[in-house]
Design a protein around this ligand. Structure first.
Ligand code: FPP
Length: 246
């Protein structure tokens, strides 16, 4: 039986976050430039997005470019931005066909103009779609996200619009880039690294973590389904006892 057939559709995670890692190593292992790995990583993105949508996952959030990634060699940064532009352009029809709504989180003003425009164009074209919400984390830093939320609330306090005592977790959460989205129940990281790398630190407080040695360009929807099956075997206790949750 395939992994997909074993999944309990009544117990799907609503939101899956992915750290797509290992493109560079994948390419290096084939004697190619790192950029070759990113190009092949796009094929994995396409397959996983389709696979997630087909299963009925509501939110998929992909760590596409971190704020720290700006420090990579200029050649690689430019290549990733170009890849982003061409992929958005090429995939828009498929996103529409699959009823996918595109979204982005991060310090998007840091993106080159052309990239920002292409992104905004794809976001507005897909805005009325009602299926999977595909969020790309771009120029994203979780600590940066938390700081910007704190600044927004501080400005409201300063203007007298808000009292410090009124600030609670829900209000803080609503001011993150992900405001309005459910928190991820499952976080997947590829490439055998056991790190969170400044990704959705607030949002994954109770997420189940799944690590696989597969490098991102080798990851396909079957691997996503395997991760979901693993998630469904976990007991999520949220600080309670096993007896309480059962
Ligand atoms: C991590 O691998 C991957 C990235 C920093 C870039 C991810 C980008 C893509 C998959 C392509 C664009 C995606 C979309 C949605 C259009 P790495 O370079 O850190 O690999 P390494 O750890 O082996 O060096």
């Amino acid at each position: 039986m395939s992994y997909k057939d074993q999944i309990d559709l009544q117990k799907l995670p609503r939101h899956i976050a992915v750290i797509m890692d290992g493109n560079g190593r994948w390419a290096k292992g084939k004697g190619k430039l790192r950029v070759f790995g990113h190009h092949n990583g796009v094929l994995s993105v396409r397959d996983v997005v389709e696979g997630a949508g087909e299963l009925g996952i509501e939110y998929l959030t992909l760590y596409t470019f971190s704020a720290e990634n700006w420090s990579r060699p200029k050649f690689e940064v430019i290549a990733i931005m170009e890849l982003l532009i061409s992929t958005l352009n090429k995939e828009i029809a498929k996103l529409m066909n699959n009823n996918v709504r595109l979204n982005a989180i991060g310090d998007l003003n840091m993106l080159p103009d052309k990239c920002h425009k292409e992104l905004n164009n794809a976001i507005s074209k897909t805005a009325a779609n009602t299926g999977l919400v595909l969020t790309l984390a771009l120029s994203y830093s979780s600590r940066g996200e938390i700081v910007q939320a704190a600044k927004k609330l501080a400005a409201k306090v300063q203007s007298g619009e808000l009292q410090p005592a009124d600030i609670d977790e829900k209000m803080f959460e609503d001011n993150l880039y992900t405001g309005g989205m459910p928190n991820p129940e499952l976080l997947i990281r590829t490439s055998g690294e056991y790190r969170i790398s400044n990704y959705l630190l607030w949002q994954i407080a109770y997420a189940e973590l799944y690590f696989t040695a597969k490098l991102w360009p080798d990851f396909r929807r079957e691997d996503l389904y395997e991760a979901i099956l693993d998630y469904q075997k976990r007991e999520r206790r949220f600080g309670m006892t096993s007896e309480q949750v059962n």
